[in-house]
Every structure is written in C-alpha cells, then in structure tokens.
Design a protein around this ligand. Structure first.
Ligand code: AMP
Ligand code: ZN
Length: 134
C-alpha cells in the first residue's frame, strides 16, 4: 500500500499514469495518447472541447485522477470535486456564456446518460437551455 502522501506526489509527477485504467479514453487523452482539443489544464484537471457538442459551447472538465463516476468520489476527493466546478465556471466566463446562462452537468451511470466512465463536468451554453432535460 503506497502512503497517501507518496501516491499524491506520484500522481502529480506522472500525471494520471499510476491511476490509469486501461482503455479509458479520457485517461488516454490526459496521457496524450489520444488527440483532443485541450483548452485548459493544470496539475489537477483538464478541459477539452466535446467531440460531439450538443450546444455552441460544450466543454468537458475532468480530473487527472481516474474517478469513474461521481459516486466513486471519496472524502479525499472533496477539494478536487469542488475545484472542477470552479474551473467550469472560469471556462464559462472565458467562453462568454455566463450572461446568457450556462449549464453544468455530471451524468452518473448509463441510466443518466453516462457513456465515458471517467468523471467529467459538462459545461454547456450559447443557446437556450430547456428544463427539465430529457
Ligand atoms: P457522458 O455521456 O456524460 O459520459 O459524456 C461523455 C461525453 O464525452 C460526450 O458528450 C461525448 O461526446 C464526449 N466524448 C467522447 N469521446 C470523446 C473524445 N475522444 N473527445 C472529446 N469528447 C469526447
Ligand atoms: Zn480515466
């Protein structure tokens, strides 16, 4: 068992490598093994343009750490999960969709529409968003 402090340092040093789940497309994007339009990154997260945008602005904010779904987050992830929302809001500001309204979505499990099992926050805007979503 790697001590948490060492594990955190390893994750920082090697990006997502030690946590990587083989076959996870977002881990592969984070590791630069698969292409994506990366619009923001730092030591904790990455934001990419969605490949199949459902709105004029559609960005995905994901942690470097492989957390499959929101329900898999632990107390250790408390700060990280909050941070993803702050980054999402900053991206919405940078994309100019705050005044018109924007939506942040986390789908959890297939029944809710999750197709990529690496936690991510959708940041959507640039059009009128209907409620409730289907
Ligand atoms: P979800 O259905 O909530 O899991 O969201 C997954 C999102 O990832 C969808 O909006 C897809 O269009 C998007 N997506 C899947 N593969 C890629 C990729 N290689 N690059 C960018 N976005 C992707
Ligand atoms: Zn992953």
């Amino acid at each position: 068992m790697i001590p948490a402090v060492v594990r955190r340092a390893l994750i920082r040093a090697y990006g997502n490598f030690v946590m990587k789940k083989s076959g996870c497309i977002f881990c592969q994007i984070i590791a630069r093994e698969k292409p994506a339009v990366i619009i923001y990154e730092d030591d904790r997260c990455l934001a990419i343009e969605d490949l199949h945008p459902m709105s004029p602005v559609h960005v995905l904010v994901m942690p470097r750490k492989h957390i499959p779904t929101l329900k898999d987050g632990t107390a250790e992830d408390e700060g990280l999960l909050g941070y993803l929302l702050l980054v999402a809001a900053r991206i919405a500001r940078d994309k100019g969709i705050v005044d018109g309204g924007f939506r942040t979505v986390i789908n959890t499990n297939a029944g809710a529409g999750q197709t990529v099992f690496h936690l991510h926050v959708h940041v959507m805007g640039g059009r009128t968003m209907r409620w409730p979503p289907g």
